[in-house]
Design a protein around this ligand. Sequence first.
Ligand SMILES: C[S@@+](CC[C@H](N)C(=O)[O-])C[C@H]1O[C@@H](n2cnc3c(N)ncnc32)[C@H](O)[C@@H]1O
Length: 267
Amino acid sequence: MPDAIYTHGHHESVLRSHRWRTAENSAAHLLPRLRPGLSLLDVGCGPGTLTADLAERVAPGAVTALDHAPGILQEARATVEGRGVEGVDFRVGDVHALDLPDASFDVVHAHQVLQHVTDPVGALREMGRVCRPGGVVAVRESDYAAMTWYPRVPGLDEWQALYRRVATENGGEPDAGRRVSSWARRAGFAEVTATASVWCFSSPEDRAWWSESWAERSTASAFARRAVDGGHATPGDLAGLAAAWRAWGERPDGWFTVLHGEALCRP
Ligand SMILES: C[S@@+](CC[C@H](N)C(=O)[O-])C[C@H]1O[C@@H](n2cnc3c(N)ncnc32)[C@H](O)[C@@H]1O
């Protein structure tokens, strides 16, 4: 099966958003299951801030950080080493076919990865294969159709529709959050605990960075390029979306939530 195209790409505006992620704001559902000495695989680790947080919690357990994109693994290594976290191994790999032995990790984690792959059920099955009996597979995915915001500034509805169109055309599933539980059950896990949590951006600082990140992503990231190349938008349309993001960010009453579906799965 051909692989999906990673819709966001690794433009600086995208990475700024990923670097903000911490174990507390993005993996709270997993934290009660972590303890020193567990081995952990972080699939689709991106720039590695979450990996570093998780590795600190399981130290001295062995951690493997894996991503499809070799360039981003270099940044993950710099992040992890820069924080003085030891014992992390970095590997290029594809979640659909992990070059790792069966039952080799206590914890197999993926954050915002399944929405970008062609076969999320097969990916979960593969994550389950490398997880030890008694271990846990933990996933968390946003849901673009469930994102909600105030005020309804002109242009953000168009941004949401365009993003969902481009991500779907790239072979992904932008409304992944609501599907995580179903995908995990279809992957054959013995037990699936499905929950939800949100990011909420409303303080002046949060509004400023979230809106500016998406304003830039709307004109300069891989998403923007694919929107134009796929005939879904003109550069002028994209400039309009960036302006809409900035208009929202300037509103003192601005409020934006990103709903996430989560699952803890027992192989
Ligand atoms: C949205 S980022 C999430 C990064 C990180 N988990 C975080 O939340 O900060 C998704 C990452 O998954 C990686 N990815 C996409 N498809 C993949 C695949 N088939 N196998 C492994 N990694 C993949 C991308 O290269 C990207 O770094």
